[in-house]
Design a protein around this ligand. Structure first.
Ligand code: PEP
Ligand code: MG
Length: 872
């Protein structure tokens, strides 16, 4: 016969999936000898059986419940419904994963008019008995019959007001008797039947109500938000009641074995004297901090501290504990691993290692990348968020919390930023907006996904950014934006949460980032544990500095085009692109070369010999061209052509599908002089650095190769140039030439490409774009719908696609290694800073991941966790 009901003495903490978290822990505590009121657990399988059985509890389960009830009655020396010594029980839900407040609880079950009188007489306490009864009627009506709570609350309020009582606990026995009578009347009116006096019927209805609560709306939403399966079902715990409401030497409370906000190793929590559990949560009375218990009942406080220590040691984690005091005797009603802030997560993990309770590896597994993200950036205060008005939610593109005055163009943002904090609001950003982005506290766009320009650049800068906020309509002309129903003007204030993607109206209070000693320890342990190297994507000296500050082991991607947008360069770049002939183009390239060289030199100095991967020009040329009339006029003058000639030239460069167009190595093949200028700039910078005694390990990366001949053709030219300069300047430096793998074809012929490459860096942004055929700038429009319809589980631009893109990468890695066993392999797309993606790529034999500087620590932790999991 299948077992559907377990006595607390029969279970243990490892039986979570059957007994639910609460049931498993009650069982574990019972065996540990902790003072837990006796009881039994009806399994999650019974709940699933109830749903499989057309929402009926089958006779076999009812039989087992009755058997366990009998046993409980024996243990307690009391009997449910007895008129001599009545047993009262609580009936509580207990899911496999904690779902706080989502499902239902009933206390004091077993009371009716008769047993209440017996209870009153036995304890010589009518007040307590009727207080318990009125609570039970209300909870039963609410949970089992769905009668709204406020109907009962209104009665209590009336009695309080009439008698001038501050709290419910001031009511007399007589008041409470009348309240209970009133409650029964409300029950009858709302339900259309008398309040059930049969205690067995009460019990079965309560158990059924808990099963039903598994599928109430709030539980379903909670599960969806937290990725909990609908199939798990809830267990039901039936437990002998202990009473915190029997007088002033009774009480109930909730405490944490450590402070869940800061991690401080000190009992933290609150309690109420003469109260039952729900009073603490309901917020009707203000509980006292648990520290006051030390003054009121020092012995009990000491006992509570000891129990929390025992439980913490046993569970090897911070515990969230519910307790009740009945006539100065302490009972533990529940324990579970406590929820905590990011700061506390780090502090507690490190402290538990130092106490010898967990290993460093376990500590690493307990810290989430979200925690690290929160600690690195400012966050909005929880209390402030409660009242904040959310205007829209886009993609959480780059974490942080920022407030500022909104501006709609980069120029206006730059100008306004001199006097006030600004937020740049755009449909999308382009490289031209770079200065506006630098000057802003945050960036919001209405279009674009996680690899759009705004997202990538903001992450690189460690700047807060929300992308693809789709219900935002910007009216550039009139300098206003409509977000849902709200219209805002230039200069109005918004607060942006780049970690949740939410945008709030007005100024929301923030707390600073925090980088503690324990945080440093976690990173130190991650460094000892991980196998993947962690590099950073850095486009200039500033990024490189940040990257090395965070402990990057090299630069995995320097996107040289970003250097072209700075003010002193863009006009030279534009003239170079718009030149009529190769010789004219060379004039401008010659002027650009020392500028780029200076940039590279500075990066080499920051790197101090660590590898620096410089990617030659990648984006389609028209991205650099002017769009505004005024700028076109100026350039036409400087180039000595008419405005319409220039406009025609600009039109001729534009492409229908630029992401698949004339970009990457295709530019190098058509205009080798551009790549050769960049190679020369690198060489000159390297030679200069070497002469200054700085070690140089540079990697020259040719993007978007899909045919091996693209690489061999460009490689030959670049290599010749470098070797010639090395000879001329008699200064040697280490260099490698390789490619990005970001086109599916490149994966398929990776062995052939490897012949000409000393390294591969997977550009997973483009590889995802081209494997799925989704535009990385527009796909967010339908990816959201795909996710809702469960066609896609994740946005593949955020979490690497395991079944498709990763398979292509595996193929490429295997082919490349076969052709060139010591080839250096890494990834530099945005997935390089994503915990889930890092776990996947850690299994395919690559050497490093590269991500934006502000994600280096996340990548280190993720790589360490991946190594631990892989070793398992
Ligand atoms: C990539 O495609 O993954 C990549 C890193 O290059 P970019 O994002 O500059 O196209
Ligand atoms: Mg790319």
């Amino acid at each position: 016969m299948k077992k559907f009901v377990y006595n607390f003495k029969e279970g243990n903490k490892d039986m979570r999936s059957l007994l639910g978290g609460k049931g498993a822990n009650l069982a574990e505590m019972s065996t540990l000898g902790i003072n837990v009121p006796s009881g039994f657990t009806i399994t999650t399988e019974s709940c699933n059986d109830y749903y499989d059985n057309n929402m009926r509890i089958k006779p076999e389960i009812i039989k087992q419940i009755n058997e366990q009830l009998e046993q409980l009655e024996k243990t307690m020396g009391k009997k449910l419904g007895s008129l001599e010594n009545p047993l009262l029980v609580s009936v509580r839900s207990g899911a496999v994963f904690s779902m706080p407040g989502m499902m239902d609880t009933i206390l004091n079950l077993g009371l009716n008019d008769e047993t209440t009188i017996v209870l009153a007489k036995k304890n010589n306490d009518y007040k307590f008995a009727y207080d318990s009864y009125r609570r039970f009627i209300q909870m039963f009506a609410d949970v089992v019959m769905g009668v709204e709570k406020y109907k009962f609350e209104a009665v209590l309020t009336k009695v309080r007001e009439k008698n001038g009582y501050a709290e419910d606990k001031d009511m007399s026995a007589d008041d409470l008797f009348k309240v209970a009578e009133e409650f029964k009347k409300i029950y009858k009116k709302e339900v259309g039947a008398e309040f059930p006096t049969n205690v067995k019927e009460q019990l079965m209805l309560a158990v059924e109500a808990v099963f039903k609560s598994w599928n109430n709306n709030r539980a379903k939403v909670y599960r969806r938000l937290n990725g909990i399966s609908d199939k798990l079902g809830t267990a039901v715990n039936v437990q002998a009641m202990v009473f915190g409401n029997m007088g002033d030497n009774c009480g109930t409370g909730v405490c944490f074995s450590r402070n869940p906000a800061t991690g401080e190793n000190k009992l933290f929590g609150e309690y109420l004297i003469n109260a039952q559990g729900e009073d603490v949560v309901a917020g009707i009375r203000t509980p006292k901090p648990v520290a006051v218990l030390e003054e009121e009942y020092p012995k009990l406080y000491k006992e509570l501290v000891n129990i929390t220590k025992v439980l913490e040691k046993h569970y090897k984690d911070m515990q969230d504990i519910e307790f009740t005091i009945e006539n100065e005797k302490l009972y533990i009603l529940q324990t579970r691993n406590g929820k905590r802030t990011a700061k506390a997560a780090v502090e507690i993990a490190v402290s538990l290692v130092q106490q010898g309770l967990i290993t460093k590896e376990e500590a690493l597994l307990r810290v989430n990348s979200d925690d690290i993200n929160q600690l690195l950036h400012p966050t909005f205060e929880e209390s402030a968020l409660k009242d904040a008005v959310i205007l829209t939610q886009g993609l959480a593109a780059s974490p942080g919390a920022a407030t500022g005055h909104i501006y709609f163009t980069a120029e206006e943002a730059v100008e306004a930023s001199i006097e006030r904090k600004v937020i740049l609001v755009r449909e999308e950003t382009s490289p031209e907006d770079i200065e506006g982005m630098v000057s802003s506290q945050a960036i919001i766009t209405s279009r674009g996904g996680m690899t759009s320009h705004a997202a990538v650049v903001a992450r690189g800068m460690g700047k807060c950014c929300v992308c693809g906020a789709q219900n935002m309509i910007i009216d550039y002309e009139n300098k206003k934006v409509k977000i849902g129903e709200v219209t805002l003007q230039e200069g109005d204030i918004l607060s942006v949460d780049g970690s949740s993607g939410k945008v709030y109206q007005g100024d929301v209070k923030k707390s600073d980032s925090s980088f503690s000693e324990s945080f440093r320890k976690i990173i130190e342990w991650a460094d000892e544990t991980r196998e993947l190297k962690v590099f950073a994507n850095a486009d200039n000296e500033r990024d490189a500095k940040a990257a090395f500050n965070f402990g990057a082991e090299g630069i995995g991607l320097c996107r040289t085009e970003h250097m072209f947008f700075e003010e002193d360069r863009i006009s030279l770049v534009r003239k170079m692109i718009l030149s009529a002939s190769e010789s004219e183009r060379k004039v401008y390239l010659d002027r650009l070369q020392p500028i780029q060289s200076e940039d590279f030199y500075k990066i080499f100095k920051e790197a101090e010999g660590k590898s620096v991967n410089i990617r030659l020009l990648d984006p389609p040329l028209h991205e650099f061209l002017p769009h505004e009339e005024k700028t076109i006029e100026i350039i036409a003058k400087e180039l000595d052509v008419t405005v319409s000639q220039l406009e025609n030239k600009i039109k001729s460069i534009a492409e229908f599908n630029p992401m698949m167009g004339h970009r990457g190595c295709r530019l190098g093949v058509t205009y080798p002089e551009i790549y050769l200028m960049q190679a020369k700039a690198i060489t000159q910078a390297a030679i200069r650095a070497r002469k200054d005694g700085v070690e140089v390990n540079v990697e020259i990366m040719i993007p978007l190769v899909g045919i091996e001949k693209e690489l061999s053709y460009l490689r030959e030219k670049i290599e010749a140039l470098i070797e010639k300069d090395i000879q001329n300047y008699k200064e040697v430096f280490n260099y490698k030439i390789g490619t990005m793998i970001e086109i599916p074809r490149a994966c398929l012929i990776a062995d052939k490409i490897a012949e000409y490459a000393e390294f591969f860096s997977f550009g997973t942004n483009d590889l995802t774009q081209m494997t799925f055929g989704y535009s990385r700038d527009d796909a967010e429009k339908f990816i959201d719908i795909y996710k809702k319809k469960k066609i896609l589980e994740n946005d593949p631009f955020i979490h690497l696609d395991e079944n498709g893109v990763l398979e292509l990468m595996k193929l490429a890695v295997n082919k490349a290694k076969k052709a060139k066993p010591n080839i250096k392999l890494g990834i530099c797309g945005e997935h390089g800073g994503d915990e889930k993606s890092i776990a996947l790529v850690s299994k395919i034999g690559i050497d490093y991941v590269s991500c934006s500087p502000y994600r280096v620590l996340i990548a280190k932790l993720a790589a360490a966790k991946a190594a631990i999991e892989n070793r398992k």
